[in-house]
Every structure is written in structure tokens, then in C-alpha cells.
Ligand binder design. Structure first.
Ligand code: FES
Length: 104
């Protein structure tokens, strides 16, 4: 399955995602160093903040309480904000588009 990532310069690239990875891991492992993911995926840093294509909203797992609190602490949250480490990539997310959020 493919994940489509837009970086902070507005360039879009498609990456292949292996089963079992989160969206954060897939982005980080493909050399997008703008996605710092400082906490390594435990929903405590918010540096994996992405904006998700609203067309996929219903297919994503619901926002957890920690995730919600952290997103709320950023200045760049919008209604499509998620922490990429809280989204396990699944086959039904094939073609998901995410945009790396602006630096907070
Ligand atoms: Fe830290 Fe996602 S990697 S919150």
C-alpha cells in the first residue's frame, strides 16, 4: 500500500508502506527528516503532527485522549490534525494523503 506525503516545501511523494508500521514510522524511515518524531511514537512529543486528507477521516482510528491533549497544545492544529504515530497503516488506508504540519 502507498502513502502520499507532502513535505513542508509542498512536494508530494508516494512511499510504500510495509504492514505493521505506523504512518510516523513510514514517513521517518523514508528520509523525511522534517518529521522529528522525537518521542519515538508514544504520543508525548507532537513532532509527528500531520494533516490528513479529510476523505480518509472515517477510516482512521479515533483520536485518543493523549493525542487530543497534545494536538491541543500545538498552534497549528486544524480539524484534520493527527499524530502520525497514532495511525497504524492498514490496507484500507492505501492512498492516504498526509501533509507534514508546519513547525510549531
Ligand atoms: Fe512523538 Fe508521535 S512521535 S507524538
Amino acid at each position: 500500500p502507498k502513502l502520499i506525503v507532502t513535505n513542508r516545501s509542498g512536494e508530494e511523494s508516494a512511499i510504500d508502506v510495509e504492514d505493521g508500521l505506523t504512518v510516523m514510522e513510514a514517513i521517518r524511515d523514508n528520509g523525511f527528516d522534517e518529521l522529528l518524531a522525537l518521542c519515538g511514537g508514544c504520543a508525548s512529543c507532537a513532532t509527528c503532527h500531520v494533516h490528513v486528507d479529510p476523505a480518509f477521516k472515517d477510516k482512521l482510528p479515533p483520536i485518543g485522549e493523549d493525542e487530543d491533549d497534545l494536538l491541543e497544545s500545538t498552534d497549528t492544529r486544524d480539524e484534520n490534525s493527527r499524530l502520525a504515530c497514532q495511525i497504524p497503516f492498514a490496507p484500507e488506508l492505501d492512498g492516504l494523503k498526509v501533509t507534514i504540519a508546519e513547525e510549531d
